[in-house]
Design a protein around this ligand. Sequence first.
Ligand code: HEM
Length: 151
Amino acid sequence: MRSRQFAYMLTVLVGLALATTVARADKHQPTEGQPLLLEDHMGEMNRALRRLKRLLADPEKTEESLVLVATIQQHALPAKAMVPTMAQDVEPAKRKAFVTAYRRQMIGLVQALLTLEDQLLSGQGQLALETYGNIRRIQKEGHHSFRKKEE
Ligand code: HEM
């Protein structure tokens, strides 16, 4: 009886693990050979930023942190020049201003990423952590203003 319960629990756990993996895999999967979309660049930035959080607090991991910061910068730059999907829903007369506002917010993100790089290079770990928080705030504001709400 016990072994049946154990087998049942194991099946549930493996099922949950698989479902999580599939749910994670369904987004940000750029099609091979196709140019990256805005959402692909965002997904790549997200992946690197999450890993960065764990490394930033460790002064031994500065080199690894710098590689991740460079990865985020490399996705932020092309993303800055793109047009958010939500622009389609903005009335034509206001669309240009909407895209400009998006771009300026992305410039703020790139500036914060360069500041973070500078702080890491000069060993200012505490300031780097604060800049990380600032980047998360810029992300939150950017999503609030420019990312289409899920329907
Ligand atoms: C490092 C900071 C940021 C991270 C980690 C991040 C992450 C993400 C993620 C994970 C998505 C969902 C992608 C998907 O659906 O597959 C997304 C979408 C999006 N993000 Fe960001 N984001 C950041 C900063 C920003 C900023 C500053 C803005 C605006 C200025 C912005 C605007 C958007 C928009 C518009 C979308 C929807 C994509 C579309 O319209 O096609 N994000 N972001």
